[in-house]
Write a protein that binds this ligand. Sequence first.
Ligand SMILES: Cc1cc2nc3c(=O)[nH]c(=O)nc-3n(C[C@H](O)[C@H](O)[C@H](O)COP(=O)(O)OP(=O)(O)OC[C@H]3O[C@@H](n4cnc5c(N)ncnc54)[C@H](O)[C@@H]3O)c2cc1C
Ligand SMILES: NC(=O)C1=CN([C@@H]2O[C@H](COP(=O)(O)OP(=O)(O)OC[C@H]3O[C@@H](n4cnc5c(N)ncnc54)[C@H](OP(=O)(O)O)[C@@H]3O)[C@@H](O)[C@H]2O)C=CC1
Ligand SMILES: O=C(O)C(=O)Cc1c[nH]c2ccccc12
Length: 412
Amino acid sequence: MSFDLFSAPNSSFVTGPIIIGAGPSGLAVAATLRESGVPFLILERADCIASLWQNRTYDRLKLHLPKKFCELPKLPFPEDYPEYPNRKQFISYLESYARRFEINPNFNESVVSARYDETCDLWRVETVKKGGVKMNYICQSIVVATGENAESVMPEMEGIEDFDGDMVHVSEYKSGKTYKGKKVLVVGCGNSGMEVSLDLCNHGASPSMVVKDSVHVLPREVLGKSTFEIAVMMMGWLPLWLVDKILVILAWAVLGSTDKYGIPRPSIGPMALKNIDGKTPVLDIGALEMIRSGDIKVVPAVKRLLPYGVELVDGLIFEVDSVIFATGYQSNVPSWLQEAEFFSKDGFPRKPFPNCWKGKSGLYACGFTRRGLSGLSMDAVKIANDIGKVWREETRHAKRQTACHRRCISQF
Ligand SMILES: Cc1cc2nc3c(=O)[nH]c(=O)nc-3n(C[C@H](O)[C@H](O)[C@H](O)COP(=O)(O)OP(=O)(O)OC[C@H]3O[C@@H](n4cnc5c(N)ncnc54)[C@H](O)[C@@H]3O)c2cc1C
Ligand SMILES: NC(=O)C1=CN([C@@H]2O[C@H](COP(=O)(O)OP(=O)(O)OC[C@H]3O[C@@H](n4cnc5c(N)ncnc54)[C@H](OP(=O)(O)O)[C@@H]3O)[C@@H](O)[C@H]2O)C=CC1
Ligand SMILES: O=C(O)C(=O)Cc1c[nH]c2ccccc12
C-alpha cells in the first residue's frame, strides 16, 4: 500500500530528531540539543516527565549513588541537596531541568512503531494518543530513550491465579503503611526486594523475602565513603577482577557473611556481573540488619502459590496475606522498533558500553548502558554532539544553496 505521509491526516515532518521517552535520558539529550540550537520533538506515553520516578517508585526511595554520579548534563543539583537525594528532590530537580531547557514533550502519546524507510532515507514513527488518535511523523533521526525499566516483569508461577490475597509488582508499591500486621511474601532480592522488605518491617508488617539464586550485597558506604565511588576510583587503576575481589572483602569486613543468612554471593564479582548481565549489586541501607535480627525472613525459591499462602521448593508451606513481586523490569524496544541490527531481541543494543549509543541511519539509543544515571548522561552528550554536527553541516549546506540560488536569480 503506498502512503503519502506529507498529505495524510495527522502527519507531520519533524525538523531535528524525535526523542522517544521523557525520562532522565530523553531530558538529558533534549537539554544538550537545546544548548546547541538543534530543534527536537519528545514523545512520552505518560502524562508527565520521568514517569518511572513519579508514578512507579515508592515513597522512601533515595538515589543510592552519591549525587555527583546522578546529575544530568549542564545542570548540577541544588547546593543544599544531601549526598543521596530522595525521590521528591530528584523529581523536583528533573522538573526544574525540563523548565530550564524549555523541554515540552508531547505527553500521553505512545510510540507504537518506528521504522527506517530506505526509499526516502527517513524514519517513520507512528504513535497513538491517549484517546486513541493515531499520529504519523517523519524525521531524519530518532533517539530511543524508553529505558531499561520500561515494563515490569512478572514471573510465571504455578498457582498464581488461585492466590486469594493481593498481589502487586513493586512498581505499584508506595509504602508499607497499608501492610501493617500482614504477612507479606516479597519475591526477588535486588535493591527493590531488599528495600521494600525493610520498608515493610518499618511499618509493622512481616516480610519473607525470596532468594531464588544469589546476589551481591555491598554496604552503601565503607568508613563514610561511598562503596560505588571507591569502586569507580579503583577501576581507574586496577583490573576489574581485582576491584571485585577488594569489594567482596570490604563487604565481608563491614557486613559479615551473607551466605549464612541464605544469601549466597554469585561466583562472578559485583562490578563484572553488573557489566555482563546488568544485575545491580544490592547497596545495603539497613535490610541486612533486619535479616540478621530475623525481622526479614529469607526463604528459598517458590514452588507454587496456594490460595492462602505459598509452598517453597524445600517443601515449607506458610500463610501469606500479600505478595509483592520485586522481580525486575525489561526494555520494551522490540515491541515497537522495526529494527534488529543495532538492538537485539532483549531490547538492548548489541554493542556494550561505551559503544551502545549509535546505530545506522540516524538511530540513537540513550540509557541502555547498564550504568544508571551516570551512563545515560555520557550517552546523551555523545548523541547530542553527533546530531549537532550533522545539523550544523546540513544548515551550512542549506544556507550555501540559498545564497547560490539568490546569486543565480540576481544575475537575471
Ligand atoms: C526503583 C529504581 C531506582 C533507581 N535508582 C537509581 C539510582 O539511584 N541511581 C541510578 O543511577 N539509577 C537508578 N535507577 C536506574 C534508572 O534506570 C535510572 O535512574 C533512570 O530512570 C533511567 O532513565 P531513562 O530515561 O533511561 O528511563 P526511564 O526513567 O524509564 O524513562 C523512560 C521514559 O520513556 C517512556 N516510554 C517508554 N516506552 C515508551 C513509548 N513506547 N512511547 C513513548 N514513551 C515511552 C516512559 O514512560 C518513561 O517516562 C533506578 C531504577 C529504578 C527502577
Ligand atoms: N535507588 C535505589 O535505592 C534503588 C535502585 N533500584 C534499581 O532499579 C533497578 C531494578 O531493580 P529491581 O527492581 O530490584 O530488579 P532486579 O532486576 O535488580 O532484581 C530482580 C530480582 O528478582 C529476582 N527474581 C526474578 N524472578 C524471580 C522469581 N520467579 N522468583 C524469585 N526471584 C526472582 C531476580 O533474581 P535472579 O537475578 O536470580 O533471576 C533478582 O534478584 C536496578 O538497577 C536497581 O539498582 C531499585 C530499587 C532501589
Ligand atoms: O541503580 C542502578 O540501577 C544503577 O544502575 C546504578 C549503578 C550503576 N552501576 C552500578 C554499580 C553498582 C551499583 C549501582 C550501580
